[in-house]
Design a binder for this molecule. Structure first.
Ligand code: ADP
Ligand code: MG
Length: 242
């Protein structure tokens, strides 16, 4: 396994009793890639991400993050995970969340960036509020801010745009561009097509726990021989039950 890969997955399988949610997956990510993990509900996207970030124990296979085993201290130090449902602390304020995360990741001089993020997502006014006072959308925004402020080199977002209003989606996309420019690696799941059409350099399509397509949007299009196919058409085509 070479060093140029920031993520390497070999023969990864995750079963829940008899249900195989992730089925013998193999793929690698190069540093700086922006990857969309696309697939219908139940395809295994969340399970895959939870296995990578160390929240679920794989049934079989291997996962290395920058050469370190999943769940190891080294792997966790360079990894951030923004779950589908925000996991926040009711007894901490918005600002205290960012302080807590930057403490954990040993990030110095984070305050300016934190302010910039909170202002961008329009939760700056709420910085001294406890999270229980926040709306669902605000919690999602804070959860995204926590992932980004960590400084992690590889970030996993599970359905990050669900629950965001159109303006916040636009802001999120701009942030993704910024993270790309910084050379950070991004891996984000979605069952929606539009949001990732113009921000991902690579798209991995998952269906029933298996990769059924992997490439740039152009490659996925040409595979289907339809120059002008939108991602939506490509997606429907590759996930259709033949
Ligand atoms: N904790 C669990 N116990 C049993 N089955 C699960 C569990 N988590 C997920 N599954 C099953 O695994 C499959 C993949 O789920 P999931 O990874 O959540 O899909 P996605 O995120 O793509 O919608 C589904 O069939 C789901 O019902
Ligand atoms: Mg999911």
């Amino acid at each position: 396994m070479g060093n140029e890969f920031i993520l390497e997955i070999r023969h990864l399988t995750k079963k829940f009793s008899k249900k195989t949610a992730v089925d013998d997956l193999n793929f690698s990510l190069v540093k700086g890639e922006t990857v969309g993990l696309l697939g219908p509900n139940g395809a295994g996207k969340s399970t895959l991400i939870k296995c990578i970030v160390g929240l679920l124990r794989p049934t079989g296979g291997n996962i290395l993050i920058a050469g370190n085993p999943r769940g190891s201290r080294e792997a966790r130090r360079i990894t951030a995970y923004v779950p589908e449902v925000p996991q926040l602390y009711n007894m901490l304020t918005v600002w205290e969340h960012l302080r807590f995360i930057t403490d954990a990741y040993e990030i110095e001089g984070w305050e300016e960036k934190a302010e910039q993020l909170l202002r961008l997502f329009e939760i700056w006014e709420q910085r001294d509020e406890f999270v229980k006072a926040l709306s669902k959308g605000m919690r999602q925004k804070l959860s995204i801010c926590c992932g980004i402020i960590s400084g992690a080199r590889i970030l996993f977002f599970d359905e990050p745009m669900v629950g965001l209003d159109p303006k916040a989606i636009k802001n999120f996309k701009d942030l993704i561009q910024e993270l790309r420019d910084e050379g950070r690696t991004l891996f984000m799941s979605t069952h929606l097509l539009d949001p990732i059409e113009n921000i991902c350099s690579r798209i991995i399509v998952l269906k029933k726990g298996k990769i059924i397509a992997d490439g740039s949007l152009e490659e996925l299009r040409s595979r289907l021989g339809e120059e002008k196919a939108s991602l939506e058409e490509v997606f429907l085509e590759v996930t259709a039950d033949a």
